[in-house]
Design a protein around this ligand. Sequence first.
Ligand SMILES: Cc1cc2nc3c(=O)[nH]c(=O)nc-3n(C[C@H](O)[C@H](O)[C@H](O)COP(=O)(O)OP(=O)(O)OC[C@H]3O[C@@H](n4cnc5c(N)ncnc54)[C@H](O)[C@@H]3O)c2cc1C
Ligand SMILES: *[C@@H]1O[C@H](CO)[C@@H](O)[C@H](O)[C@H]1NC(C)=O
Ligand SMILES: *[C@@H]1O[C@H](CO)[C@@H](O)[C@H](O)[C@H]1NC(C)=O
Ligand SMILES: *[C@@H]1O[C@H](CO)[C@@H](O)[C@H](O)[C@H]1NC(C)=O
Ligand SMILES: *[C@@H]1O[C@H](CO)[C@@H](O)[C@H](O)[C@H]1NC(C)=O
Ligand SMILES: *[C@@H]1O[C@H](CO)[C@@H](O)[C@H](O)[C@H]1NC(C)=O
Length: 348
Amino acid sequence: MTKYVVVGSGIIGLYTTFNLLERGVSAKDITIVAEYLPGDESINYTSPYAGGNFSCITDDDPKTLQYDKHTYTNLAKLQTELGGPSCGLDRYVSTEYWDTRPSNEKIESLASYLQEYQVINTGELPKGVAFGIRFRSWNFNCPKFLSNFKDYLEAKGVTFVKKHLTHITQAYISSSTKTVFNCTGIGAHKLGGVNDTNVYPTRGQVVVIKAPHITENVMRWGEDFATYIIKRPYSSDQLILGGFMQKDNWTADTFREETEDILKRTTDLFPKILKDNPSGSTIKDLEILRIVSGLRPSRYGGVRIEKTQVEHYKYLVHNYGASGYGYQAGLGMGYEAVRLALGPDSKF
Ligand SMILES: Cc1cc2nc3c(=O)[nH]c(=O)nc-3n(C[C@H](O)[C@H](O)[C@H](O)COP(=O)(O)OP(=O)(O)OC[C@H]3O[C@@H](n4cnc5c(N)ncnc54)[C@H](O)[C@@H]3O)c2cc1C
Ligand SMILES: *[C@@H]1O[C@H](CO)[C@@H](O)[C@H](O)[C@H]1NC(C)=O
Ligand SMILES: *[C@@H]1O[C@H](CO)[C@@H](O)[C@H](O)[C@H]1NC(C)=O
Ligand SMILES: *[C@@H]1O[C@H](CO)[C@@H](O)[C@H](O)[C@H]1NC(C)=O
Ligand SMILES: *[C@@H]1O[C@H](CO)[C@@H](O)[C@H](O)[C@H]1NC(C)=O
Ligand SMILES: *[C@@H]1O[C@H](CO)[C@@H](O)[C@H](O)[C@H]1NC(C)=O
């Protein structure tokens, strides 16, 4: 008896399902329908390609700040449910630099909940950087975490169905289906029914190297660049180096010049990558494991979390457009989407 259908099995669909369970919905009443499931890879399935850090580059509108905070402060519960850090979610110290100082609202919000939060002294900032902080972050091993999350939900009794939908109405898979959650990410651009042309990709390319000597994150946000170094937990020492933020670029290919540029920028920002590398101290000595590109599901107007009525007693709740922050804001987004579907509870 599927009362709730979640379309999409990326991090947003899984977080949304988790929120349904948290609100007391029976797992037997939930079906997840998606063309791609954890374990699959496609340029049209963004979640496995994320670097997977909690970082501070999200927008500073009040809702986004709230989704970030909700996610940061509730991830511990999810981590415990999934069996602890080895599920692919662990904590590392993160250093972030901005070339332009973020708004006071944003800084105040971060300072109110980030653990081990400290502002870096002006004297210690790299040249050209206006503001920097250090805090204890959350790091995801994205492919591993997605698979463990799926196993967890299945064990609870949630059904997964692998299927490509061409129209939203196909999501109402049984007569008892009254609510559909639209967590289709970049897929929301093309799918028939309510085609959202505000959805566009922000392409990224990342280089994964083997780096047992690095156990922290470092990132720098400039006017037109993003340079980041992210430790991937429980991965046999993988380190993710990035990156790019290319608006409206659908290319799944990866490019040698971009790889070289990423290696140059990340090792300039964090020389320890080369200095302490066990197999040599030049860029050529780095062991590259993988180079991938991914499409962040961005949206003009920001994330869409909205409830609409499609027929008598049938509802569609949209939850997509997480852009570059699905992992770090998505638990809060799912909470909000489920709140719209089930009615308010006391927290938000
Ligand atoms: C290089 C890179 C680095 C990133 N780093 C981070 C990071 O460090 N931290 C962070 O928080 N975020 C990061 N992100 C962003 C994050 O990956 C996304 O916000 C997140 O993965 C979006 O998840 P989603 O569930 O909305 O979409 P997706 O993962 O794309 O999932 C969409 C789901 O919908 C299904 N679907 C779509 N259309 C249909 C259809 N017609 N029929 C059936 N099923 C359909 C798909 O099959 C899939 O299951 C990064 C992204 C990139 C590209
Ligand atoms: C990804 O989705 C786009 C848009 O729907 C489609 O044109 C393309 O063929 C898909 N690519 C793959 C590899 O499935
Ligand atoms: C780090 O996090 C930010 C925001 O969540 C994201 O945009 C960026 O791409 C991430 N870095 C990597 C390497 O994924
Ligand atoms: C919506 O998308 C579907 C599938 O890509 C397409 O067939 C249809 O023409 C689109 N509708 C509109 C109004 O753009
Ligand atoms: C999700 O929303 C998008 C944008 O409004 C729309 O194109 C798509 O048809 C919807 N898909 C599903 C399965 O609900
Ligand atoms: C997409 O990005 C790649 C790599 O940077 C670039 O070569 C290509 O020209 C871009 N395509 C578009 C349409 O902008």
